[in-house]
Design a protein around this ligand. Structure first.
Ligand SMILES: [Zn+2]
Length: 410
């Protein structure tokens, strides 16, 4: 027999404050055994290529469009290639796939890729000798003037160092660098690094390729997603050790190696992200406000029947952090799922509780975060033995925004 739960299916227990679970970033570390419990966050981005008034000093329209599309691809290859941490030496820090990808937006008017070219001598370049005002590192006037998409898109500005300064001996090298704002990123010197031939110590010529240049974009986006530098201060994570901040192994102290390969250190590699860092990012995407949720395409508001979370037979699963699921939850025979924070299901999705399985809402909330209603909780019952799925509510757990309502008396 299969039916929706009613009041008689629900048991209740006493109340304890459970908010601590929702507030811990470690509660949001993706579970590799249940990837559908932490679906990929698809982040909207667009690009602005800042040229001089004559259209020079940066990529032209043809090169710029090719470069940006390649940059997004390479960035996504990086998001898809998490590496074992180099530090601490001998570590066994888990390598968890990173559930983040970038999506280059389309211009709403033209339908073309959202890559914009602006000719602006005053705002278009970074002059390192300025500490404030237009042209300085942290200047926001360029962002305020050109960014589009309101708060729903991360606007990425590809800027160069002031052209005259590059040739000046006192300015120094036109280094690749960047800065993050809440909804925007400035990346400096991609064009210079991509087009200028440099020489290694042994005399070999080289230019930087797009894969290399994409690492700075991902590092800056890491800041947008709540990650801090790791090498010289507490970044809120125990699995990112402090280190001397070496760019590469030099064979000499303190960079004799191995050196960090973490995305949030400065090094040539930047491919490793730790579980704690992933937890911080996912929590930041999950937060209703004050995080990075508004940049993510809300696929959790559409029902995806093939992205179900299955709690396998006799498995005990505890969700201490919040979730934005894309499909159903199925709790199989003898298994239990405990929910301690807010778990959102899309409209049409349901929780299936099979005979002998338990859904325990322990201070958490089962809901829909899209202004819709999810379908409800389906109780499955063995028609011979009468064994059925159980729903247990404790610590003021709640169920809301559902089509098949369960009244719970606490
Ligand atoms: Zn940084």
């Amino acid at each position: 027999m299969v039916r929706y739960a009613t009041q008689t299916d629900v048991q209740t227990r006493e109340a304890v404050d459970m908010t601590k679970y929702c507030n811990l970033s470690t509660s949001y570390i993706p579970d590799v055994q249940h990837p559908n419990a932490t679906p990929i966050r698809y982040v909207r981005v667009n690009f602005h290529i800042m040229q001089g008034a004559n259209g020079e000093g940066n990529f032209n329209e043809v090169e710029g469009r090719r470069f940006v599309k390649e940059l997004v691809e390479q960035s996504n290859i990086r998001w898809g290639s998490n590496q074992q941490m180099n530090l601490p030496v001998g570590n066994s820090t888990p390598v968890i796939p990173i559930p983040v990808r970038l999506v280059l937006q389309k211009d709403p008017i033209t339908g073309d890729d959202a890559i914009y070219f602006h000719r602006d001598d005053t705002l278009g370049f970074w002059n390192r000798s300025l500490t404030k005002g237009p042209g300085s590192l942290s200047d926001r006037t360029v962002i305020d003037k050109y960014r589009t998409g309101g708060d729903s898109i991360i606007n990425i500005f590809l800027m160069e160092h002031v052209p005259d300064s590059i040739n000046s001996p006192t300015y120094g090298e036109a280094k690749l660098s960047g800065i993050s704002f809440i909804h925007s990123v400035k990346i400096f010197s991609s064009y210079y690094q991509y087009t200028t031939v440099k020489y290694r110590d042994d005399g070999t010529p080289f230019t930087h390729d797009v894969f290399y240049l994409s690492k700075l974009l991902n590092h800056e986006l890491g800041h947008c997603f709540n990650l801090n530098h790791t090498w010289n201060w507490d970044d809120g994570c125990d699995d990112t050790p402090k280190n001397p901040g070496c760019w590469r192994e030099t064979g000499q102290s303190p960079c004799e190696g191995p050196i960090s390969n973490n995305m949030m250190d400065y090094n040539w590699n930047q491919l490793a992200i730790t579980p704690c860092q992933l937890g911080r990012m996912e929590q930041f995407f999950w937060k209703e406000t004050g995080g990075a949720r508004q940049f993510v395409i809300p696929y959790w508001c559409e029902y995806h029947p093939f992205d179900k979370v299955t709690v396998y037979r006799n498995e005990t699963l505890e969700w201490n952090g919040g979730k934005d699921l894309w499909g159903d939850i199925e709790i199989r025979e003898g298994a239990s799922l405990t929910i301690r924070c807010i778990v959102s299901l899309p409209a049409q999705a349901k929780v299936i509780v099979k005979p002998g399985a338990k859904l325990i809402i322990d201070g958490g909330t089962l809901t829909n975060r899209c202004g819709d209603k999810f379908e409800g909780i389906e109780i499955w019952e063995n028609k011979k033995t009468g064994e059925k799925g159980e729903v247990i509510i404790s610590n003021n757990g709640t169920m809301e925004n559902m089509v098949n309502i369960v009244e719970v008396q606490q």
